[in-house]
Design a protein around this ligand. Structure first.
Ligand SMILES: [Zn+2]
Length: 240
């Protein structure tokens, strides 16, 4: 935990290979521009996100796409490879996330809202709440030694902003272009959503961050809600 009230390392954990880019990449790019170490972890392999490409092939494609997006901001990248739509909530899974936290050593963790739309998002939200508590306990052993403290936990926006009441905003006007570049790495999803749902992924995301910007006095913004249970809150600003 940062004791000098500065954030030196952030870990963002998304359920699927494009979630991070949709809801928090502008914030991560902003952290990176301030010299903060950024780590991105993706829980599932995204193998269900297509109607034509078979699961194994799709997982490889999506792994590559997510890695390319992380590379744009020089982020460390963790791929956990759980089955898409099948993220378990058991103790062994929790320990996998404990290990990621111990390796990334974050001062703050960003993840899905507990009330998000997707079962994997909800499962991951709970797993990160649990893992970020346990990762500081020396007697709970994984490969990497414990990471002291209980980090502040911030829930990022939902995909369309529905069922999410933000308490903090991050002005991403200067990193919006980078966010869209990162999102554009997910070619399989851009194409698939256009073909099958007539959804323009980039436009959808732009609409969300413009709305959040409108709500917070910025051109573009990403929205968050902090976990408020003890001992998560801080007296200083944690988000960039
Ligand atoms: Zn998702």
């Amino acid at each position: 935990m940062a004791t000098d009230q500065t954030i030196k390392s952030v870990l963002a954990v998304g359920a699927h290979p494009d979630d991070i880019e949709i809801v928090c990449a502008g914030t991560l790019a902003k952290y990176a521009s301030q010299g903060v170490k950024v780590s991105i972890a993706v829980a599932t392999d995204g193998s269900a996100g297509h109607m034509v490409i078979p699961p194994k092939e799709l997982a490889e494609i999506r792994h590559e796409e997510a890695k390319n997006a992380a590379r744009i901001i020089g982020a460390d990248f963790y791929w956990l490879g759980f089955g898409d739509e099948m993220l378990p909530g058991d103790i062994n899974t929790r320990l996998r996330f404990v290990e990621v936290i111990r390796r990334a050593k974050p001062d703050v963790i960003l993840t899905h809202s507990p009330e998000d739309y997707h079962p994997d998002h909800r499962a991951l939200s709970r797993l990160m709440f649990e893992a970020s508590f346990v990762s500081g306990l020396k007697n709970v052993q994984t490969e990497t030694p414990y990471h002291p403290g209980v980090q502040p936990l911030y829930y990022f926006d939902t995909i369309s902003g529905l069922n999410f009441h933000p308490t903090e905003f991050v002005d991403i006007t200067r990193t919006f272009e980078i966010k869209q570049q990162m999102l554009s790495c997910h070619k399989s999803q851009l194409q698939w959503l256009k073909d099958h749902d007539d959804v323009d992924f980039l436009f959808m995301t732009e609409t969300l961050v413009r709305t959040r910007g409108y709500q917070s006095g910025a051109q573009f913004a990403e929205a968050y809600r902090s976990e408020t249970v003890w001992p998560r809150p801080r007296t200083y600003r944690v988000l960039p």
